[in-house]
Write a protein that binds this ligand. Structure first.
Ligand code: ADP
Length: 610
């Protein structure tokens, strides 16, 4: 039996949500729906954005309203126009197979007479932003005397935006017996106060830990000098060619500056901020949703309520002034059970803010290194190779030109042609990143960061007592660091403790081995093939290894997936040895609940991400 039916949702609604792809309730839905269906209690639900709150309150509402009547019975208040439209649309979709359901979205910045007309025609559910709602109440254009349920969605956001007074005034228009359902991602004092003031012994539900960020979000930070921020940001973007991100700035001016600089530098970017007219904002949002924009540069206020799935990265170009806002920003990624990365560019002075945010989200940040110029080039190169591999060829249309093309390229070998095609775009990056400096800085001596990252700091030379080796397999062969550790240990028959830093690159890897065990590694890998390719080990710096990518051509030829998805996916549990866990970057690739390989033929299953 469908789990939503079991919860008490009627067939018509279950059919509609099945069409939307809802197979089983999300945790907040599973817990909230039975409580809200009784209709007896006030309710406080603490959950992050993207956890499915709309259905958590929307489905119970649909069960309890009387749609034969045409007066307002439920009022949903939310902070932004975007969210308002989204909730109204979701409710309409859920109610697709129920007759006579009327939902109106009431929000500022749009023609009020249309909204008034809809209200006059008769509605049961009003979804509204507080300002416009008050305006309509002020015109005596709505009768709330039959309202049974008031939902305060993203209550913390509404208070952040200064709607406290408006909410008070609106609530005073509704009957005392109504039930109030409050949802919030965080529980600051002000929200607590609202709960105390307007609710009667509410049923409280927390999904995840209070104030905790979504577990599917990885939090990274990059430590750089303030003056290098834009350059570092570009490197990160360039080394994630498939990025679909929201970039947060503190001020309108900053959003505009960054967007302009990015556009000038050839990126698909635009800005979203409060100075834009509603029409301009809609246009930008449409382009972002359609993915003609890859980067949306936004202020906190403008980005509130943005509900776009598949955002891969939230980039805190500037950390928010209010630490609480960090949770809202990062909640724009990893929606609907997906994974995502929230990254912050910080200077030494801002480190304390990162520590503060860690406390609030209850999760540590991972310190990441800004990619070196050469690494960015490598990522771009493979992105180009992947594009060439996957491009759709329209045989019919290209056929008439082929003879001439062939003739022109006749003198070139296949290898030359490949090189030239790849270079078309790649040269731009090579030029740009030629002589690009290292942008990373280390925190002060003896500080927590310094201790934490010592192992990273020694990556170039190889540590005392260790030899740095090169191997011609890397992340494009679908290795994570954990995989690589297992691969080395299994073949060389040595313990994980003998391995030092593993520096996994695209088509090759550097790793440190205790001097005493080096010979075993050479012995162990003699004659070993991986996917039909001979595994080659060299002492780093000898042969062609250190000059970045000895044997790249051969390795590239043997790539199986042609993809560079290393920044997605995001599992970080499990591993070969506990000691290694805290060194970061233990990631499975390819997302969808896959496990990581442990080279003993088993696949460990990952936990369901809901
Ligand atoms: P919130 O209100 O908590 O920010 P939403 O209600 O907007 O989150 O839900 C986030 C996304 O997850 C939406 O795209 C929604 O359609 C989807 N979703 C919600 N519940 C489920 C479910 N049970 N199964 C699959 N997808 C869901």
């Amino acid at each position: 039996m469908n789990p939503f039916l079991e919860l008490g949702i009627r067939h018509e609604v279950v059919n509609a949500i099945s069409e939307l792809g809802f197979e089983k309730p999300s945790p907040i839905q599973e817990k909230a729906i039975p409580v809200l269906l009784t209709g007896n209690d006030d309710f406080v639900g603490l959950a992050q954005t993207g956890t499915g709150k709309t259905a958590a309150f929307g489905l119970p509402l649909l069960e309890q309203l009387d749609f034969s009547q045409k007066h307002p019975q439920a009022l949903v208040l939310c902070p932004t126009r975007e969210l308002c439209l989204q909730i109204a649309k979701d409710l309409q979709n859920f109610a697709k197979y129920i007759d006579n359901v009327h939902v109106v979205a009431v929000y500022g910045g749009a023609n009020i007479s249309d909204q008034l007309r809809q209200i006059r025609r008769g509605v049961q559910i009003v979804v509204a932003t507080p300002g416009r709602m008050l305006d309509i109440i002020g015109r005596n254009a709505i009768d709330f005397s039959n309202v049974k349920y008031v939902v305060l969605d993203e209550a913390d956001e509404m208070l952040n935006m200064g709607f406290q007074e408006d909410i008070n005034n609106i609530l005073s228009e509704t009957p005392d017996e109504k039930k109030t359902w409050l949802f919030s991602a965080t529980m600051p004092r002000e929200v607590r106060r609202i709960a105390q003031k307007y609710m009667n012994d509410p049923f409280e539900l927390t999904v995840g830990t209070k104030n905790t960020g979504n577990a599917n979000i990885e939090h990274h930070y990059y430590l750089i000098k303030a003056k290098d921020k834009y350059a570092a940001f570009k490197r990160i973007v360039d080394s994630n060619p498939d990025i679909f991100g929201i970039v947060f700035c503190r001020t309108k001016i900053e959003t505009q500056d960054i967007a302009e600089a990015l556009i000038k530098d050839g990126y698909n970017a635009d800005s979203l901020h409060g100075d834009l007219s509603q029409q301009q904002r809609d246009k930008v949002m449409k382009r972002y949703r359609d993915r003609s924009l890859q980067l949306l540069i936004a202020t906190d206020v403008a980005a509130r309520g943005i509900d776009v799935n598949d955002v891969t990265h939230v980039i805190n170009f500037s950390l928010p002034d209010e630490v609480e806002n960090y949770t809202h920003r990062s909640g724009r990624t990893a929606r609907a059970g997906k994974t995502g990365i929230s990254l912050s560019l910080v200077n030494v002075k801002e480190l304390s803010k990162i520590r503060h945010i860690e406390k609030i989200i209850g999760k540590p940040f991972e310190k990441k290194q800004v990619p070196q110029g050469a690494e960015v080039c490598e990522k771009q190169l493979f992105s180009i190779v992947k594009k060439i591999e996957n491009v759709e060829v329209n045989d019919e249309q290209i056929a008439p030109f082929l003879p001439a093309i062939m003739e022109n390229l006749e003198s070139l070998s296949k290898e030359d042609i490949i090189k030239r095609f790849a270079s078309l775009e790649f040269n731009r990056f090579l030029d740009y990143y030629k002589n690009a400096p290292d942008l990373n800085i280390e925190a002060r001596e003896g500080s927590r960061e310094d201790r934490g990252d010592r192992r990273d700091g020694r990556s170039r030379e190889g540590s005392k007592g260790y030899t740095r080796l090169f191997m011609n397999l890397g992340s494009v062969d679908e290795f994570t660091r954990g995989d690589m550790l297992g691969f080395i240990c299994n073949n060389a028959n040595i313990s994980g403790k003998s391995i030092g830093k593993i520096d996994l690159k695209g088509v090759f890897t550097f790793f440190e081995v205790q001097d005493a065990e080096v010979e075993k590694v050479f012995q162990g890998f003699q004659g070993v093939d991986y996917n039909g390719r001979q595994v080659r080990i060299e002492v780093s710096g000898e042969g062609r290894g250190e000059g970045r990518g000895g044997d790249r051509g051969r390795s590239r030829g043997a790539r199986r997936d042609g993809g560079y998805r290393s920044d997605r996916g995001g599992r970080r549990d499990g591993g070969f040895s506990g000691e290694r866990r805290d060194r970061g970057e233990r990631r499975d690739r390819g997302g969808n609940g896959g496990g990581f390989r442990d080279f003993s033929g088993r696949r460990k299953e990952s936990k369901s991400k809901y």
